[in-house]
Write a protein that binds this ligand. Structure first.
Ligand code: PEP
Length: 251
């Protein structure tokens, strides 16, 4: 039986003092969990987060990385730079990156390949807009994001990758997908991975739900058979709220 992977996406929040406070508060609250706990902090908090979580069950991730190893890419961070300071995970293709920074399935794919090459574990975000869902195009959008985003990724690389299904209309809006909507959409995503990689790999793959998950709705979502965890934005900024999500699922 799979445990769940609960990852916090701090986005552009928490300076170093605030990050230290949050991590210190979080450590004792999640220490007995059998779920995998990840915090994805801003770049400038990463090194401190790695130090503060050493020897604990909290893992550290970044929120993006570039596809090149080095070079003239002002403002970007190479995957090997993250790996060097002890970062394990990296969120890629978050809808905010796609919406505000021009990410496409192709750039997500390039970043994923580079992250895997450097030994990082990508958390790859996919999801549809409300307009796409309401016009009956949800499956087409998800299928394309998977096909193009995972182009050239082999089985071994897939095993080191987490997928986060995040309906864009549910991110930061307080509107959560119902348990049924989230379970069905993730079941559809898994069927696409099954077509590409076979049943066994698709079953092993962790697919999280993300979108206004909180202490109240987490148990319902995490107990759905297709949902392997959560990617949490707003509620990950508070130790009590985030730990309540981690604790909402017991094996
Ligand atoms: C996210 O940023 O990935 C997210 C799911 O945010 P929120 O939980 O705030 O909706």
């Amino acid at each position: 039986m799979k445990n769940k992977i609960i990852a916090g996406n701090w986005k552009m929040n928490k300076n170093q003092a605030e990050a230290e406070k949050l991590i210190s508060a979080l450590k004792p609250l999640v220490k007995d969990s059998k779920n995998t706990v990840i915090i994805c902090t801003p770049y400038l908090d990463l090194e401190q987060a790695v130090c503060l979580t050493a020897g604990t069950n909290i893992h550290v991730g970044a929120q993006n990385c570039h596809w090149a190893e080095s070079g003239a890419f002002t403002g970007e961070v190479a995957p090997s730079m993250l790996k060097e300071i002890g970062v394990e995970y990296v969120i890629l293709g978050h809808s905010e990156r796609r919406q505000y920074f021009g990410e496409t399935n192709q750039t997500v794919n390039a970043r994923m390949k580079a992250a895997l090459e450097a030994g990082l574990k990508p958390i790859v975000c996919i999801g549809e807009t409300l307009e796409e869902r309401n016009s009956g195009r949800m499956q087409e959008v998800l299928a394309t994001q998977i096909k193009e985003g995972f182009e050239g990724i082999d089985e071994e690389q897939l095993r080191r990758t987490i997928v986060a299904y995040e309906p864009i209309w549910a991110i930061g809006t307080g509107v959560t997908a119902t348990n049924k909507q989230a379970n069905e959409a993730i079941g559809f995503c898994r069927s696409q991975f099954e077509e590409l990689y076979g049943k066994d790999e698709a079953q092993k793959l962790y697919i999280q739900y993300g979108g206004s998950m909180n202490a109240v709705n987490a148990a319902g979502l995490l107990n759905q058979p297709e949902i392997d965890g959560g990617l949490i934005g707003g509620a990950s900024l508070d130790a009590e709220k985030f730990s309540a999500i981690v604790e909402a699922y017991k094996i």
